[in-house]
Design a binder for this molecule. Sequence first.
Ligand code: S3P
Length: 442
Amino acid sequence: MTVPVDLQHSALRAFHKSPALSGSVRVPGDKSITHRAILLGLIADGTTTVENWLDAGDCRSSIEVARALGADIEVEPNRLVIQGTAGRLKEPLDVLNCGNSGTTTRLVLGILSARVPFACVTGDASLRRRPMGRVMDPLTQMGADIRARSGRFAPLVVQGRPLRGISYTLPVASAQVKSAILLAGLLAEAGDTTVTELRPTRNHTENMLTAFGAPLRQVSDGTSQTIVVSPGATLQGTRVVVPGDISSAAFILAAAAVVQGSVVTVQGVGLNPTRIGFLNVLSRMGANVQIANVQTIAGEPIGDVTVSSSALQGVRIDEAEIPSLIDELPILAVLAAYANGETVVSGAEELRVKETDRIRAVVEGLQAIGVDAEERPDGFLIRGQGKVKGGTVHSYNDHRIAMSFAVAGLASQDPVTVQNWDCVGISYPTFLETLRMVGADL
Ligand code: S3P
């Protein structure tokens, strides 16, 4: 694919064959949970503390947006202290810049639509290419007034209005869209809001709204899941302890799976059932995955995950499983390259509208390092040969693409060089430190 002009600046980083990895480490706090804690802290009454928050580019965007809307936020190394607005948000003085963060953008649209007289929302070049119609449609049905460039892209302009509850079935499995509607429903003027999802997506918003005292009801009938929120309640600030991010742990655990002789434990990882598809697939591929010390904190299960290297085999990953591992598909593709046999991913067209077109970026990257990989409209096919040659790949400024190919380089014959490496700061600024702690020679 031709590299867009805005991605043509470059920081190169080479990764070469690593000695066996070992040890016990922690990964930074969960990105999805940190975003939600900041945004719920913004609309809540009183103080919210967020321990083990993810200090990375995306969450810094949420902090700045929440400050512009009236939250007072003290940033400490391992704790945020947020004084909320009790739902009385400030009209921002300037454009809200969500940077690279789709989660910030979509969730905040739900809040702005109900409570802020006038706001403009934008972000970086990647964010400005991401579809916003999926949140604009349901919010507009609730009475929101949102305008967008070309009808569906940032920059967006929102004029807050009294909203009314709706019943809405999600046409795409998206936790961001679900969360935006639930937040708008909570802040609406009248009427319950009902969101139905046919495929379960991450439920951190539901868990956290409940912890902040929101009137939320959930019904599951086996095939679908419905969440109902009533308007009128003011959230109460609370203490949030953020688990380690399974999406970050995935890179470390994948490195342990492919570097021969490795045994690595990641402690304190979030194991919410809506997020652990990666671990299930890793086991199906034949990796040795052990989970220990599981406990539940504020509705979120947390535990220690140990992975040791072993021979891997190709697997099928179908639509039903995609939401539980959506962000882990790039690293699973790298594991598939190290496996023997075919791996087929289908029903994953959502990957095309992430930070970059991840189907394309993964397939082109794999081909560039000598892997037999084929693009499909809704996924990819990889013919794994148990080994990878090496070469130079582009990250397309996508943090998860960059880290996936870094892991590829830890066991390849020749080094893997990743262009535009700096984007890892979006979700995992200390990624290289963690790798060094388990013995990677970087
Ligand atoms: C997220 C939900 C997912 C995921 C994204 C974070 C969230 O996106 O890919 O990285 O925090 O709600 P969608 O809900 O759009 O699938």
